[in-house]
Design a binder for this molecule. Structure first.
Ligand code: MRU
Length: 354
């Protein structure tokens, strides 16, 4: 399994996902600004992976803060946190990781800046390694939902590349394969950036898991022909009521799956839940450049001057989701209750957990 991101000689090294699968090139980030650019330009992408990148970016950035004074250090660190949080707006894991790093800094008000910097660096590694463990648990918890002989549809890439390693949706698929289940995967190519065709196909091929790529618009056709037994996707943000933001096209898959009585599962770590938001309508949706739609690999696909809309995510209402697979178990509807229970939130006036 190719690692997504690693810390090496005081640099953050990112496998450049814009170039995969044709080229395996490491992008070496020497500054916080380099990491922000890598997230924005999608050299690294996928909700948990950009959370890890943010944590490592902050560890890198903190080293450039030249002060011995805790207050000065803290205020510069908070500013860096604000900057990296805004790199991509939809995946809440970015905010989660930044807030976790800030909590470390705030808990060390009586320590030297040198000590804080070391602890921050360690914390970013803990986030990376913790994410891999969480994904292994997600995989294990999802195993029971995959019948032997199943054909599973997945969208975008929610694999090792989208996380610290192993993957969420693809983690469940990987776990089923490792458990000896005879499974087959249908991979949506996932326009416009082709995360399915380029990244999920690459990962499945590496693991020798049988798969076939389809164009996004063919999913309904195959569901109606009963050639798909279940759908599993990842998530970028899940609101308190279970409404889920994921790669554009997920919503229509969920609707067609329900119409065809096919279960639609979401696999995500608890860091993807946003209890500050009551429902999915409040989740910010990233609008990316039209250029990603109208051209590919530098070639214009339509007539000169053609315009396009390019929302990167959509919201699947909770009612279309058959279960949310997390590291602590599979959540079922009504999600308001199951999400609050799993996050240990007692009632509406209770503490907000992230
Ligand atoms: O725009 P991307 O490639 O970052 O979108 C990624 C997705 O939508 C994934 O499904 C999601 O982040 C979950 S990754 C485990």
């Amino acid at each position: 399994m190719i690692p997504t991101i690693r810390w090496e000689n005081n640099r953050v090294c990112i496998i450049d996902q814009r170039k995969l699968p044709q080229k395996k090139e490491w992008l070496v980030c020497r500054s916080l600004q380099d990491v922000i650019a890598a997230i924005r330009e999608m050299a690294i992408r996928g909700a948990p992976a950009i959370g890890v990148a943010a944590a490592m970016g902050l560890a890198l950035g903190s080293q450039t803060i030249k002060t011995e004074n805790y207050g000065t250090f803290r205020s510069k660190f908070l500013k860096m946190g604000q900057q990296i949080k805004s790199a991509r707006p939809t995946a809440v894991n970015l905010r989660w990781a930044v807030e976790r790093m800030i909590r470390v800094v705030e808990g060390m008000f009586d320590r030297s800046v040198e000590e804080i910097k070391k602890t921050i660096r360690k914390e970013s590694q803990v986030i990376l390694e913790g994410d891999i463990q969480i994904n292994l648990m997600i995989g294990h918890n999802g195993l029971g939902l995959i019948p032997d002989g199943a054909t599973i549809l997945t969208h975008c890439n929610a694999g090792a590349l989208a996380t610290g390693g192993y993957g969420t949706a693809l983690g469940v698929i990987r776990a089923a394969h490792e458990a000896g289940k005879d499974i087959r995967v249908i991979v949506d190519e996932t326009r416009p950036l082709l995360q399915g065709m380029r990244l999920t196909a690459f990962e499945l091929m590496e693991e020798n898991i049988p798969f076939t790529v389809i164009v996004d618009s063919a999913a309904g056709y195959f569901m109606r022909k009963k050639m798909i037994d279940l759908v599993i996707t990842g998530a970028d943000r899940i609101a308190s009521n279970g409404d889920t933001a994921n790669k554009i096209g997920s919503y229509q898959l969920a609707v067609i799956a329900k119409e065809n009585k096919i279960p639609f599962y979401v696999a995500a770590p608890l860091s993807t839940f946003d209890l500050d938001l009551e429902n999915g309508a409040l989740i910010p949706i990233e609008e990316r450049e039209p250029d990603e739609v109208v051209s590919f690999a530098g070639h214009l696909l339509g007539p000169e001057g053609v315009d396009a809309l390019n929302p990167a995510f959509d919201i699947t209402p909770a009612g279309y989701i058959s279960g949310i697979i997390t590291e602590k178990g599979v959540l079922k509807s009504p999600y308001e209750n199951s999400i609050r229970n799993i996050l240990g939130v007692k009632d509406d006036r209770g503490p907000k957990m992230r």
